[in-house]
Design a protein around this ligand. Structure first.
Ligand code: HEM
Length: 217
């Protein structure tokens, strides 16, 4: 009998369509293809702040959980970099000048809920953001730097100073996903939560596009 598909491969396969939808959302593809403005980029960084604030609070709630703690490491922590980016991009009063969009509010509520109650759900959100940041995110960071003339200021979020080899890091992460003690039903629930996380990201791009239309009207 052949080996069953590892969970990490099934997860990747089952979420690839949702990944494509996020990747090709108009707001994101405009930014990547050079039609997005610096203001659009800053609007995205601001929403990231709310999302990573929730994610990293959830990580501290989950840090003693035997399943979730395997995935949690300071090497991934993004909030200080986001705060430095916002201080540079928006100014010292950035906290008073940013607000979560409707999808961000719902996304953040969901992260907080699973962070209190469900290790597998927390891992689903952790995976969707951080593995994405260590994949397409690295490319997006370089692109934004080139397009808007940032050196490291403004794109600190995309620089993982403590992860020298993102590919090796992601390989270990996938091994940890494969080793998680989830039965088939729990694996399905985790996959569904990853699909939900992708949906939040895609809908956030739609909110950002709508907010932009208001801005330029
Ligand atoms: C223009 C936008 C994007 C580009 C160009 C992009 C590109 C990529 C690429 C090339 C990979 C594969 C890397 C590899 O094989 O190791 C990847 C993986 C991934 N991306 Fe994206 N991505 C984008 C947006 C997103 C968004 C919005 C999310 C969700 C928040 C996301 C989440 C992920 C995840 C979780 C993976 C890892 C899949 C796995 O190996 O299990 N990506 N991305």
């Amino acid at each position: 009998m052949s080996d069953p598909t590892p969970f990490s491969a099934a997860l990747r396969e089952r979420s690839s369509r949702a990944h494509s939808s996020s990747e090709s959302a108009g707001f994101m593809s405009d930014l990547v293809e050079g039609q997005g403005t610096r203001e659009d980029y800053v609007a995205l960084v601001a929403q990231h702040w709310f999302i990573y604030d929730a994610l990293e609070r959830a990580a501290s709630e989950m840090k003693d959980d035997p399943v979730a703690r395997v995935f949690i490491t300071d090497k991934l922590t993004r909030l200080p970099a986001l705060e430095a980016d916002l201080a540079y991009l928006v100014g010292p009063d950035w906290r008073d000048r940013i607000e979560p969009l409707p999808t961000t509010r719902r996304y953040v509520e969901r992260i907080a809920e699973v962070g209190r109650t469900w290790p597998g759900g927390f891992v689903a959100h952790h995976y969707t953001r951080y593995l994405g940041d260590l994949s397409g995110g690295l490319f997006i960071g370089r692109l934004m730097a080139r397009r808007f003339g940032f050196d490291t200021n403004g794109i600190g979020f995309y620089l993982f100073d403590d992860i020298a080899d993102p590919k090796a890091f992601k390989d270990v992460y996938r091994e940890q996903l494969d080793a998680a003690p989830w039965d088939a039903a729990e694996q399905e629930r985790v996959i569904d939560e990853v699909l939900l996380a992708y949906r939040f990201n895609t809908e956030l791009f739609e909110d950002l596009a709508a907010a932009k239309r208001v801005r330029v009207a």
